[in-house]
Write a protein that binds this ligand. Structure first.
Ligand code: TXA
Ligand code: MG
Length: 314
């Protein structure tokens, strides 16, 4: 904690655990710190960052909350929900964080991150602590392997509990747009607000999944596999195996009992491990799309997408 505070105060970046994935944090009010985040990740500057806060008072200084936004914050913060809200011009947040948008993505994390921000006293900008386009890290080892040479401190909080990034919802004119499925199932949000989340392309939205190819392992990824070839690795789900599973050299099961929460927490570490097995293709058994399954299938679809550089999908 003390080393993290000292580095943040000096405008450096620090990798920290949150309940979703590890984040690469820097002082959101310090342009040099924010630039260091973009540089360490190799992230395109037009892709805005999430500002993390510790209290509602800090959040309300940064963004404008209407009744709907307040209800969501009350229900899900601290936790894996990010709200995209109108940005206050007086927030003190450096413009690089929002990439010039008049909205800002805000999240109140749980655990070490919350304590760190509370003691630091200012919001922390923090994207996932991985090289741009790669799989988000859920362990300190994953952060160190990917970014170790480029950052001075990784705070070890063990494996993250949720394992998927936050759900991102844009609150606009009394409506809610689901920009990224994530750690809070969409149905849980809909139940709290009593209305449906709007999905799909909306003109002008800077959606997080702008990069079609994201979360990319080195291996190719084959989704909804009905069988598996002997040379492939298998990412399994549930108690029953597809034909050919007995022949593969590498197999990991996201959740042998078919629990989506367990599957979410294992997704990125299992993908990394199978990628490291040397197989050229990872076949993935079908995973239901309800609850957390929506976010799991979203990440897998990005992992399977063609890798043609920066592929901006509107
Ligand atoms: O769980 C998480 O959300 C993790 C942990 C570290 O908090 N963070 C994370 O950050 O996933 P990142 O940068 O990997 O993803 C945040 C996404 C970006 O893809 C960005 O496009 C989107 O949030 N975003 C940020 N500001 C936005 C805005 N004003 N409007 C729409 N999308 C925005
Ligand atoms: Mg990310």
């Amino acid at each position: 904690m003390e080393r993290a505070l000292a580095l943040l105060g000096a405008g450096e970046v620090v990798a920290i655990p949150t309940e979703t994935v590890y984040g690469l944090a820097g002082d959101a009010t310090n342009g040099e710190a924010v630039l260091r985040i973009f540089e360490a990740k190799g992230r395109p500057r037009f892709n805005p960052l999430i500002a993390h806060v510790a209290t509602m008072a800090m959040a309300e200084q940064v963004a404008v909350f209407d009744r709907l936004a307040r209800r969501l914050a009350a229900a899900f913060w601290p936790g894996p929900l990010t709200l995209v809200l109108p940005h206050r011009a007086t927030s003190g947040i450096h413009p690089l964080v929002t990439a010039g948008l008049d909205t800002i993505a805000l999240r109140m994390p749980k655990g070490f991150g919350a304590e760190l921000i509370g003691r630091f006293g200012r919001p922390l900008a923090a994207p996932s602590a991985n090289s741009s386009g790669r799989i988000s890290p859920t362990t300190v080892e994953a952060v160190a392997t990917d970014l170790g040479g480029r950052i001075k401190l990784v705070v070890n909080g063990g494996a993250t509990s949720v394992g998927l990034e936050s759900t991102i919802v844009k609150v606009e004119n009394g409506r809610l747009h689901l920009l990224r499925p994530g750690g809070v199932p969409a149905a849980d949000i809909e139940e709290v607000v009593g209305m449906a989340l709007l999905r799909g392309a909306k003109s002008g939205i800077q959606a997080p999944g702008m990069m079609a190819s994201h979360y990319a392992p080195n291996a190719a990824v084959r989704l909804n596999a009905a069988h598996v070839e002997p040379h492939e690795a298998l990412l399994a789900f549930g108690p029953e195996r597809v034909p050919g599973a007995g022949e593969v050299a590498a197999m990991l099961n996201l959740s042998p009992c078919g629990d989506l929460r367990e599957a979410a927490s294992n997704l990125f570490s299992h993908l990394r491990a199978l990628d490291g097995s040397g197989a050229k293709t990872i076949a993935v058994e079908p995973i239901p799309v309800d609850g957390l399954g929506e976010a799991i299938n979203d990440r897998l679809a990005r992992a399977a997408a063609p890798r043609s550089g920066i592929d901006v999908v509107t």
